[in-house]
Design a protein around this ligand. Structure first.
Ligand SMILES: [Zn+2]
Length: 158
């Protein structure tokens, strides 16, 4: 078994929606990023890459590369899964925590779990997803951005 963790933050900017866990959520602001700013998927990719000591998504999908501009982060997730598979590993389970005051996550949590599970080829019961506020404290509390943390366990294939 291998374990990995990931953490990501993006700041709010102008926009009318955010992408979280591969799900589009209407919001009065967007997330500033080279890609779609999906902190959930970025943290999850980092956890999966970290579990195999393969660096982070900045290394594999550098913001300096125009190929990844405005890209769908689900593509990062699927490529990370492929990197695991090439090395003989698969996801056992993952657990994600989103930290923000808004938007509300609960109405979208099941859609995010289903999207992530589908991209990773695992059952929905292998994907934990929850959200919390930071009680008005810090940058998430002031509504300046969204943070996400992810932990995953990889299992040797076969
Ligand atoms: Zn990110």
């Amino acid at each position: 078994m291998r374990i990995g963790q990931g953490f990501d933050v993006h700041a709010f900017g102008d926009g009318d929606h955010v992408m979280l866990g591969g799900v589009r959520i209407a919001h009065d602001r967007g997330l500033l990023a080279h890609s779609d700013g999906d902190v959930v998927l970025h943290a999850l990719c980092d956890a999966m890459l970290g579990a195999l000591a393969l660096g982070d998504i900045g290394l594999h999908f550098p913001p300096s590369d125009d190929r990844w501009k405005d890209s769908d982060s689900r593509e990062f997730l699927r490529q990370c899964k492929a990197m695991l598979a090439e090395r003989g590993w698969r996801l056992g389970n993952a657990d994600v925590t989103i930290v923000c005051e808004a938007p509300r996550i609960a109405p979208h949590a099941e859609a995010m779990r289903a999207t992530i599970a589908s991209d990773l080829g695992v059952g929905v019961d292998a994907i934990g997803l929850k959200a919390t506020t930071s009680e008005g404290l810090g940058f998430t509390g002031r509504g300046e951005g969204i943070a996400a943390l992810a932990t995953c366990l990889l299992l040797r294939d076969g």
